[in-house]
Ligand binder design. Sequence first.
Ligand SMILES: Nc1ncnc2c1ncn2[C@@H]1O[C@H](COP(=O)(O)OP(=O)(O)OP(=O)(O)O)[C@@H](O)[C@H]1O
Ligand SMILES: [Mg+2]
Length: 348
Amino acid sequence: MFKRKIKTSVGLDIGNFSSKLVQLEFFPHGQRLLSYGIHQFPLNTIVGGQIKNKEAVIAGIKHLIQRCDPHIKEVVISVSGRGVITDKLTLQRRKGVKTSQLVRFEAEQRCPFDVDDVTLDYKVVKVDEKSDCMDVVLVAAKNETLYDQLAVVYEADLKPVVVDVDAFALYNTWETNYPPDEQLNTVLVNIGAEVTNVVFVHQGTYHSTRDLSVAGNSFVKTVQRQMGVAAELVHQALQGKMDPKLDHSTFMFAVNKSSEMLSKELDLAFSYFKSEAKVDKIDRILLSGGCSLIPWLPGFLEKRHHISVEKLDPLKVIECSDQLQQNGLNELAPVLAVPIGLALRQAN
Ligand SMILES: Nc1ncnc2c1ncn2[C@@H]1O[C@H](COP(=O)(O)OP(=O)(O)OP(=O)(O)O)[C@@H](O)[C@H]1O
Ligand SMILES: [Mg+2]
């Protein structure tokens, strides 16, 4: 009769390379990881953010549910990449005009897609009564991208209760796990297969986000072009399991070339942040996503950008049982940064 109702939440991150599921339990002063799973899709299941093989995605999601907890019904999901725009705007308030109308008008000017083909959402983050201006974070997701994601989730017999954005989930994970140091400018860099999400944290609070198109697939394509080998072999080599028949120095040459491509994109993003936030220094990079596990990449980025690079620990303050820890959870944890942020969202 007095049994406490356990509050749980599930984050489901359907990425281009793998889908990841995290189930959290909430109690008054914290969270506990109940289960998690990572399912790698067969190659070309999702290409450039487009679902090419719906059945494989649905089967992958169902497999994760069976493995983690067959009772799961509700999930928090996310969108990112080419079909999603996030922007921070400063809007002048106007008498008699609703904020939603102001935002829609502004989105029409800025959005590269037709506003009728996108789903818009926004949040007012700051109001300056003196100047009558407000800072608004805007999200515009292409309906095609959004509806495809929703369709596979429903077809896997699940109910999506919240649709978030990868970058915001990443920030949510950081905010839960790391104390907001007002002295530091931190950049969260989540390197997946198709997209690298970059989130700027200015002196302890959210500043802005950018999605870069250089990520794991760019590494794979560059190595394939250089060496003429199958994508599968390249993925294995990136994970440190290199086929002895492959030439190590040619491989490293190609990998350095693609790491430099990523760094060039990061340079542009960092310059944008420094000029917008009027800061001259970024203090640290926290890396996550599958590519954060590439053995030499954190060292390469640290040397190249002269910024301290650490792996983001999304479970720093989240309790985990010994049993879950024993299966290599610590090493894999940075891959769970987005789904953990999604699962945390529902408790907000
Ligand atoms: N253990 C590992 N070691 C090194 N690299 C890895 C490892 N696991 C995955 N990767 C690489 O990370 C990339 C996939 O990362 P991740 O699973 O975060 O992507 P995703 O979320 O599916 O993609 P996206 O976010 O772009 O949609 C691939 O390029 C893969 O080769
Ligand atoms: Mg991802």
